[in-house]
Design a binder for this molecule. Structure first.
Ligand code: 5AD
Ligand code: SF4
Length: 438
């Protein structure tokens, strides 16, 4: 059996594509290895969202040169968001002659044909067309887990936030039909999956362009109606499209987790406008207030970009103020990274990168304290967790997640793994909670 090593960089959407790639390869007769050392086929499913992600890919592809020398007939394939950028493909063509197969985000479903072409002609294959709007349904999927599953509900993005490469590399927004999604989720639940995460760049614009009359709230209600003991997560919500109807639906659907990932990006109105985000700080804070009034135990998380072109210390301090006002449970923070082809890439960016790094450190320090205080609020409470693996606190511990997505370690037998259990929280560590089984 030939062995494949498939690695996905970046977001869950990419991980989900990687599971389809593995599904197709399995049907083609490939076995799998976590290491690239013994692989006959290495596929790197790349991410283009920030420069450091791209640098890592180039570094790792560079290292594969030795594998290829050692292993005759080995093939190297690259796919994912980086491959939708012309300058990247040109660089790979010229400087990485040992890469055999390059395919883009819109032709993942054609992997068997493209791989056959590479194997039979022994010539390099490049296939990176722009979006044709196709959604390939019914591809085989080889999922990474047996408890938690990713289910894309839509692809692409229409928002063109000025810093972001996603709309250029993943094309226009298109939704799967609710029938396909419900069919997939029902199947997963009957196979024993306990947590379904619905994926899309902007799940709140789900349904636009479909023949059926449906929006994201409607989809959530339908999925919530599927029988079984499972929970539902989703990401990502764009604040401009997150409506009171969505919040009400979250409050009313018992399977939907009380966690909202609502990327704010900046606390400065001037910067939000320059980012083309279509909301202002006050709109965002109003939405947060409404969400908390309807769902008091809601966990809120966000993405923040520090150092957008033209951002001043004053703008940054508004972001600092916003994170303190909201009190996020956790944050994903990024220093702005220039992406060729985006509008922000040609904006003036006078702030030195050392200042941006310093600002980010300041923000992380403040958030660390906020996050720790949030965790402390849970001590003494009883929470339901999905036990998902061995714990970190000792040999006889297991670990799981609350619906707010906090990690809880507790003493208990390994056969709890895969079950929902009620836990009383006894202590807050700085990275997780400790609890005891009720
Ligand atoms: N630079 C820094 N961060 C970015 N993100 C997207 N594009 C960039 C960029 N050019 C961040 C945003 C987004 C998250 C997935 O990645 O915060 O929400
Ligand atoms: Fe990028 Fe904005 Fe689309 Fe998110 S909503 S993928 S940040 S363009």
């Amino acid at each position: 059996m030939p062995i494949a090593h498939v690695h996905s960089y970046g977001c869950q959407q990419n991980v989900s594509d990687g599971e389809k790639i593995k599904g197709m390869l399995a049907l083609m007769g490939y076995g799998f290895s976590d290491s690239n050392a013994e692989a006959d086929l290495v596929i790197y499913n790349t991410c283009a969202v920030r420069e450091n992600a791209e640098d890592r890919v180039f570094g790792n592809v560079g290292a594969l040169k030795h594998n290829k020398r050692r292993r005759k007939g080995m093939l190297i394939g690259l796919c994912g968001c980086m491959m939708q950028q012309e300058h990247i493909v040109q660089r790979l063509k010229k400087s990485f002659p040992y890469v055999d197969l390059i395919f883009g985000t819109h032709v993942v479903h054609r992997l068997p044909e493209l791989l056959y072409q590479a194997l039979s002609t022994k010539e390099r294959v490049f296939e990176t067309p722009d979006s044709d709007g196709v959604i390939a349904e019914h591809l085989p999927i080889r999922r990474d887990g047996t408890l938690k599953a990713w289910v894309p509900i839509m692809y692409g993005c229409n928002n063109f936030c000025t810093y972001c490469i996603v709309p250029y590399v993943r094309g226009r927004e298109r939704s799967r039909t609710s029938q396909e999604i419900l069919h997939e989720v029902s199947g997963l639940v009957s196979q024993g999956y306990k947590e379904i995460t619905l994926l899309g760049q902007n799940v709140n614009s789900y349904g636009k362009g479909l023949e059926e009359e449906i929006n994201f709230a409607g989809l959530l209600r339908k999925i919530n109606g599927i029988e079984g003991d499972f929970r539902i997560r989703f990401m990502t919500s764009h604040p401009k499209d997150a409506t009171p109807e969505l919040i009400d639906t979250m409050a009313e659907c018992e399977k939907v987790c009380h966690h909202l990932h609502l990327p704010v990006q900046s606390g400065s109105d001037r910067i939000l406008t320059a980012m083309n985000r279509h909301y202002q700080r006050e709109d965002y804070l109003k939405l947060v207030d409404y969400a908390r009034s309807r769902i008091p135990d809601l966990a809120l998380t966000s993405d923040i970009i520090v150092g957008f072109p033209g951002e001043t210390r004053e703008d940054f301090l508004k972001t600092m103020d916003l994170i303190q006002t909201v009190g996020y449970d956790s944050l994903f923070t990024f220093i702005y990274s220039k992406r060729v082809g985006t509008k922000a890439a040609v904006m003036d960016d006078p702030t030195p990168s050392e200042d941006k790094t310093k600002w980010l450190m300041e923000l992380l320090e403040v958030q660390k304290k906020i996050g720790e205080d949030k965790l402390k609020e849970y001590v003494g409470k009883t929470l339901r967790i999905l036990v998902d693996g061995p714990g970190k606190s000792g040999e006889d511990y297991v670990t799981g997640r609350t619906e707010q997505n906090f990690i809880v370690d507790l003493k208990g037998p390994a056969d709890l793994i895969g079950n929902f259990v009620d836990v009383r929280i006894t202590k807050a560590l700085n990275w997780a909670l400790l609890g005891e089984l009720l």
